[in-house]
Ligand binder design. Sequence first.
Ligand SMILES: Cc1cc2nc3c(=O)[nH]c(=O)nc-3n(C[C@H](O)[C@H](O)[C@H](O)COP(=O)(O)O)c2cc1C
Length: 178
Amino acid sequence: MTTSELTKTEDFSLSAELFRDAMRNLASGVSLITIPGVNGEPQGMLATAVSSVTAAPPTVLICVQRTATMYDALIAGGSFCVNFLGQHHLDLAKRFSDPTNRQSRFQFDNWLTLHTGAPVLEDALSSLDCSVLKVVEVGSHDVIFGQVLAARGGGCEPPLVYFNRNYGGFADIRDQAA
Ligand SMILES: Cc1cc2nc3c(=O)[nH]c(=O)nc-3n(C[C@H](O)[C@H](O)[C@H](O)COP(=O)(O)O)c2cc1C
């Protein structure tokens, strides 16, 4: 399927509700997408639609709704950072997905920068600092491919997981096999 086919309007037969019902059974890691923003005011939001694309060269994708507050600045600025959250980041996750509380999103944690100037959460499990490579419009969202210019972290603390419309954790079950 080509990019142009992806952007075509189709006669959708599956309702959004049934789609969401099915997708709630996909357990996802939870990330913060951050951008430097304009006038030195960083912006960010919570996202589960994040994926590795390839290591040659290091590339990720994020899916961002075009109504997100940070959308215009993200596209105009051409860079973003993906910060993978741990179980200890539950409050942070809620703050970055709460539309009534945008002002305080960056107030309570420690932030660094790497290459692009996008905020890097100091105690994120890993952070990937990216420049925008390509943007593909799909329905209500843009799929934004990022070339990873710098990375930080890589320890293995317990990740924050989103499943069945709830937050949870990760259980290592390697030793439970019969
Ligand atoms: C668990 C969870 C995952 C989310 N994943 C995404 C995502 O991948 N892409 C997206 O555009 N919005 C996602 N959202 C919604 C945004 O985080 C939310 O709409 C946020 O308020 C947008 O930022 P804004 O309020 O500054 O516009 C997610 C929300 C939650 C609770």
